[in-house]
Ligand binder design. Structure first.
Ligand SMILES: *[C@@H]1O[C@H](CO)[C@@H](O)[C@H](O)[C@H]1NC(C)=O
Ligand SMILES: *[C@@H]1O[C@H](CO)[C@@H](O)[C@H](O)[C@H]1NC(C)=O
Ligand SMILES: *[C@@H]1O[C@H](CO)[C@@H](O)[C@H](O)[C@H]1NC(C)=O
Ligand SMILES: *[C@@H]1O[C@H](CO)[C@@H](O)[C@H](O)[C@H]1NC(C)=O
Length: 298
């Protein structure tokens, strides 16, 4: 960043010094030109100082923007430059909205639709697939599923950022792509990918049960700690099942028009929990009297 500054300064200085050798060569210097010369020099130096000063000033402004203001100042500038300042977007919201320009098509009439980027972080088997279908029933939301389930896309940081860039630039094609103006685009990221969905009636290892439950608790708690400085909302499956108005909170969070969300997702496990587990008696006795006892009522 400093290099171009120096280059520019020295280039300007060289231009000004150029006439000097000629002036020095003349042995007789008239008083007139002697008086005139310093004046011209002063003006030149003043101009140079102002130029370099302005340059350094603008440089430090740029650096402040990057170091202290992070992305926010830049984005506010970007937003102000837009011919289509969206009056629905308040100043505090500006850092959260984007105006993507996809490489693969022209957003045309949607060009001024502010887009919010989101990610759903979820535990396995927590109803996030169903939750996504609810989101995608909104005309302005595009939630693209577990795009990182494909190994090559998460093989290293550059493939991850490339995939995210493509998704958030609205260049990602999936069944979640919208014909309407997308105003919120995101994906789903599983916190614990390791567990394979077991459709069969599992036998639960009672020796590991408590430690596994504790591990899951810790994973969720750690994730919340890691993302505590990022704007987020926490949803519990049970709350969404019990209370559909909970989804209004989600649309509020994404600042989207409130419409009724629906899903054609079919619940697979419709029986009581005790009918889905082979060794229920073991599980019952293991969890009894622990903080996880309420899970037995599922
Ligand atoms: C990242 O992974 C991709 C695909 O596997 C590969 O083509 C690329 O060279 C890798 N880049 C780095 C920096 O390792
Ligand atoms: C949702 O999409 C419709 C249809 O494309 C568009 O007119 C509207 O502005 C969008 N809503 C938001 C909040 O962006
Ligand atoms: C349902 O959720 C809404 C929004 O979070 C809340 O205001 C309301 O009190 C909840 N109703 C019940 C019965 O829990
Ligand atoms: C757990 O076992 C006890 C008997 O030890 C029984 O009374 C209770 O109903 C069982 N709970 C469930 C949820 O099956």
């Amino acid at each position: 960043m400093e290099e171009p500054g120096r280059d520019k300064g020295s280039k300007v200085a060289a231009d000004i010094e150029d006439p000097n050798p000629g002036n020095r060569d003349t042995t007789t210097v008239s008083t007139k030109s002697a008086r005139g010369y310093p004046l011209a020099l002063w003006i030149a130096i003043l101009g140079l100082i102002m130029l370099v000063g302005m340059y350094i000033f603008s440089l430090s402004l740029q650096q402040n923007g990057m170091i202290f203001g992070l992305m926010q100042t830049n984005m506010i500038e970007k937003e102000r430059e837009k011919p289509c300042h969206n009056p629905r977007i308040s100043d505090t919201e500006i850092p959260y909205v984007h105006y993507p320009t996809p490489n693969t098509y022209d957003r045309k009439e949607c060009a001024c639709t502010a887009v919010r980027f989101f990610a759903i972080l979820s535990m396995q088997r927590s109803g996030s697939g169903w939750f996504e279908t609810l989101l995608n029933s909104h005309e302005n939301i595009s939630s693209n599923g577990e795009i990182f389930s494909v190994k090559v896309r998460r093989s290293n940081v550059s493939t991850i950022t490339k995939t995210l860039d493509k998704l958030y630039n609205l260049d990602w094609y999936s069944s979640a792509a919208k014909n309407e103006c997308t105003a919120a685009v995101g994906l789903k990221w599983m916190l614990n990918q390791a567990d394979v969905l077991a459709r069969y009636k599992p036998t639960i290892d009672k020796k590991l049960l408590i430690s596994e439950l504790k591990r899951s608790d810790k994973l969720a708690a750690d994730s919340l700690t890691n993302f505590k400085n990022i704007r987020h909302i926490v949803l519990y499956y049970e709350d969404v099942v019990r209370n559909h108005t909970k989804l209004i909170d989600v649309l509020d969070f994404l600042n989207l028009p409130k419409t009724k969300l629906s899903s054609r997702h079919v619940k697979i496990h419709t029986k009581r929990l005790c009918d889905h587990i082979e060794n229920w008696a073991d599980v019952n006795s293991t969890l009894k009297g622990t903080p996880y006892q309420s899970f037995l009522n599922g």
